[in-house]
Design a protein. Structure first.
Lengths: 410, 146, 410, 146
């Protein structure tokens, strides 16, 4: 093991809990992750002894809270290697981040006859905002197809990107686990004069991120998938692009001046942060970033590769043809997120039997219906692993699957 | 936490494995679609209504054991029944599923085998599965009434 | 006292803290309120032992978390006497709620030649979203003026509302404390065929709310001003209006289906809740509503009227012509929020001296620049009181003001 | 928590009460506006630049003691100085205010009385007040250079 797993598990109070006397086997971190005690404590302490609105009032508590809030921004900026802290905008979740880009950048830059490029493995959050805007502005959406292995099929990428204004793609599929070659995709986009928007929800929590090395234009990601609280998401964007964009939500904090006749915008990042911000949540997120930094993102990735290898081997050995695992079998190009079909048992029923053993997996379309149609499935079961999961938990999943098989062939 | 046997009664698994009234009906029969956006389940309910009687019903689409067996049991329970009686049964079934906003029903509509689905209530997430066919049927009856 | 103030203060850990050996005199609740221990505990416990994503996965933890999240919705709906729980949409703050109405209702219902009516006492959150939309759609904004007393001047309201499509107004001014006659304003709007949008940020935390009695169409308010956490706001709307509106943010959870060619919307309230929701925050908010219900909103209002009476009397007695308190002196039509000018000392400097005594007031334009211009002030100092404040704290404010006067006439 | 005396040095209060160089200049002098969106403070800085020398400066607008006195002290410090020296002073002043991204300055630009504003750093919220006039001046110099 590259990381001290017992030590890590001890930091997550819920992992020590039992339900019906049995431990929790939480395999749904691609959906949302659990929180270490340090995150919980940071938020409690802040609310109990340091709470104050930020960026408005001038008293001591307010100044201190503002420093903590802005400190979270600086920490996040470093975590993804952004050039400036003010390139990081806090939103409510990655979905809002992507809507912000579509609405503010898109509405100003896309019109009839234009095209943007998405991939066939996108989450609804990176599809629907563009469809909403396309219905209004009349641009077209082109789709990068997939190979049989669940990788992006780049054989016609130049054709797809030809004349496109933006290429928006996930860094890692939340269904297939596929890790996309972000740097290469960004450079392809730029070669065609398109900006590159990265949906980083599934990769940022699981491996090192370097937006400058990627040379990406925007990156959207969420706190709750990377050990932080709900209620806060992030949009990073290149300063020049953010500066040139119109605002998104209007209200307090995002203005320089308001008269009866109109308003002028504040500077970055306030320009995109209308109203009272997720202050408590930023403090929690800050503690989550500290936690991940202390472990090291390379080590997180290493650990998850080991789990992936073990999971692929064990599931295949134990269930052979009874299980179909979607996506690539090469752990170098995939994360520890496994969608699968098991015999002809419906994913909802699989998850129900697994739940009897406190094995938590997600069953459904994973907010990726276009991809599900491509897979020819209405739903899949999905087990996803994180830094706190163990190979023992892979075994627990397998044991519960065995029982599922028995139950449904009675 | 309730056990699997509360959910997967034998009769439910039976309907799941041997669904009744699978298939489609040609117009003028009414076709109604239903979705469970949570899990991707889809159903189509076809009904023929003659003289205020549901003279025929067919089900297609796919889903989990609970949504499939609920649809199958529903089709068996209502085929040949007067529309008013079917509506009462829908109401009673949704009441059994403790759906918000459904008042105390007329208990003269007998549940019969459907009572096996009562255990679903202990699994709140699955209630939507059990109710999918019934909501779709109700919509179909509304269309028929127009 | 109508409420047991010592008991209440003991529930707020920060009120027992000292800074430099002196207690905190927090008079900035109109900006954001402190949190009782029960809210902090609800969030910590949830994160430590019950956390799960909601409305997606089917395992036990997920079902339980979903019930808690939806339970918060039901609680909020009851708190404002909404007809249906699904009429309450969770947002990130009241600002987003108002942007949602402007974007989703407004974009579908307003075009060139139309008019909407706002008041001269609105917060930027109820101005800028409309100005942004107006710039796009070409409708005009009309403004209800104010009386010298800081009340709405309704003498030409019929003219203003004539042909207007919407009347959007605050239930209570965050600068003047003025409580507007919401029910009368709603009925005026309806008589002219306009919908009535209420910005309830300042009144919902401080007095009973009944949207059905008002017959309002929309109500926006924020959790963080009513003892709840940051990161969550509310929009209530009449079912028929919400049903007819296009969606606002696109993504997961708000869809019924997505294909490469387009999407269909989910039912209420999911239609307006794209992406992972503020789950932890909803749990905290739920505890905040419980707390307020246990005390009783009538009692909160009663307590604040007593404080207001005492504050008006004491400030006037002690400072005479040296202080100018904006707004009405009648506590029946105002809440416990007092903007004032003190001699010719700049509000920023007032707040600085007050801060030496841990007296926290806000100095600035309070996100209401059009109103400030009307008052002829660039900034005011503002002391705002809540259920945990005492008349002793009014005295502390006065003592600190005395010292401010001395310091700046050295 | 630092005390009031750290912030409100005597010379600051003096400049606040008797501001130097209040007023306006007519074109071709350059007028630049600055806002502090936080507190509503507004300032106008008028500069006349001749042969790369800031030959005259006037300040109007209004704000708190810190923003007013900082503007007044700034005007006194730069009037009659070469543009290059003024830019160096702006840089040095912002460095003293520990503004992010401002590198180690050339310390040959003497701060003089301005050092009295050093205490502002202990009150982070007030840094924006102290810097307002300086940012506005810098913008004016940029305009003059075009
Ligand atoms: C009257 C009024 N409206 C709207 C808002 C905006 O609320 P929030 O900052 O929570 O979005 C506020 C508070 O800042 C307010 O006082
Ligand atoms: C790839 C991807 N994109 C976007 C999202 C949306 O994130 P959120 O729900 O936090 O807005 C998710 C997670 O649900 C995701 O997995």
């Amino acid at each position: 093991m590259t990381i001290d797993i017992d030590h890590i598990r001890a930091d997550f109070p819920i992992l020590a809990d039992t339900i019906n006397g049995k431990p929790l086997v939480y395999l749904d971190s691609a959906n949302s992750s659990h929180k270490p005690q340090s995150v919980i404590d940071a938020m409690s302490t802040f609310m109990a002894h340091q709470y104050s609105p930020t960026n408005r009032s001038a008293y001591f508590l307010a100044a201190q809270a503002t420093e903590m809030y802005e400190g979270a921004r600086t920490k996040v900026a470093k975590f993804i290697n952004a050039r400036h802290a003010h390139e990081v905008v806090f939103t409510k979740n990655a979905t809002e981040s992507l809507n912000l880009v579509a609405r503010a950048w898109g509405a100003a830059n896309l019109s009839t006859g234009d095209a943007i490029v998405l991939t066939h493995m996108e989450h609804h959050a990176n599809i629907v905002p563009w469809q909403m805007l396309a219905a209004e502005k009349g641009f077209t959406i082109r789709w990068v197809p997939l190979t049989a292995d669940g990788l992006l099929d780049l054989s016609h990428i130049d054709q797809l990107l030809d004349g496109a204004k933006a290429f928006s793609f996930t860094s890692m599929s939340n269904v297939l686990g596929t890790i996309n070659p972000v740097k290469e995709l960004v450079s392809l986009a730029h070669r065609h004069g398109a900006i590159a928007i990265v949906d980083g929800c599934q990769s940022v929590p699981h491996m090192p991120t370097d937006v400058q090395d990627w040379d990406a234009d925007f990156l959207a990601f969420s706190s709750h998938k990377m050990l932080g609280p709900t209620g806060i998401g992030m949009l990073w964007g290149k300063e020049s692009l953010l500066d040139a964009m119109p605002p998104f939500l209007g209200g307090g904090n995002m203005i320089a001046d308001v008269t009866l006749n109109g308003f002028t915008c504040a500077e970055l990042p306030a320009k995109f942060e209308a109203g009272t911000q997720p202050i408590v949540e930023a403090v929690g997120l800050s503690a989550a970033v500290d936690y991940l930094n202390a472990i090291g993102m390379h080590n997180v990735r290493q650990h998850e590769m080991e789990i992936s290898r073990y999971a692929l081997d064990t599931l295949t050995q134990r269930f052979g043809e009874d299980i179909v695992i979607h996506g690539s079998k090469n752990v170098e190009v995939r994360g520890a997120t496994f969608s699968f079909a098991f015999r002809d048992v419906h994913p909802h029923d699989i998850s129900q039997v697994l739940d009897q053993h406190n094995v938590c997996v997600r069953a459904g379309h994973h907010c990726a219906k276009p991809l599900m149609r491509l897979l020819g499935a209405h739903a899949t079961a999905r087990a996803s692993f994180y830094l706190y999961n163990t190979t023992d938990e892979v075994d627990a999943l397998c044991d519960a699957l065995t029982e599922t098989g028995e139950f449904f062939t009675l | 936490m309730p056990g699997l046997e509360d959910l997967y009664r034998e009769i439910i698994l039976d309907h799941y494995k041997s669904p009744r009234n699978r298939g489609t009906l040609e117009p003028p029969a009414i076709r109604t679609e239903g979705h469970n956006p949570l899990c991707g389940d889809e159903i189509e309910v076809y009904i023929a209504v003659d003289n205020d009687i549901v003279s025929d019903i067919k089900i297609s689409g796919q889903g989990c054991s609970i949504s499939q067996s609920s649809a199958s049991m529903m089709s068996a329970a209502i085929k040949g029944k007067p529309v008013a009686e079917v509506r009462a049964l829908i109401h009673r079934f949704k009441h059994m599923m403790s759906i918000e906003d459904v008042e105390e029903p007329d208990t003269s509509a007998p549940l019969g085998d459907l009572e096996a689905l009562q255990g679903v209530v202990k699994f709140p997430v699955r209630i939507k599965c059990a109710v999918l066919a019934w909501n779709t049927l109700a919509e179909g009856l509304d269309t028929a009434a127009q």
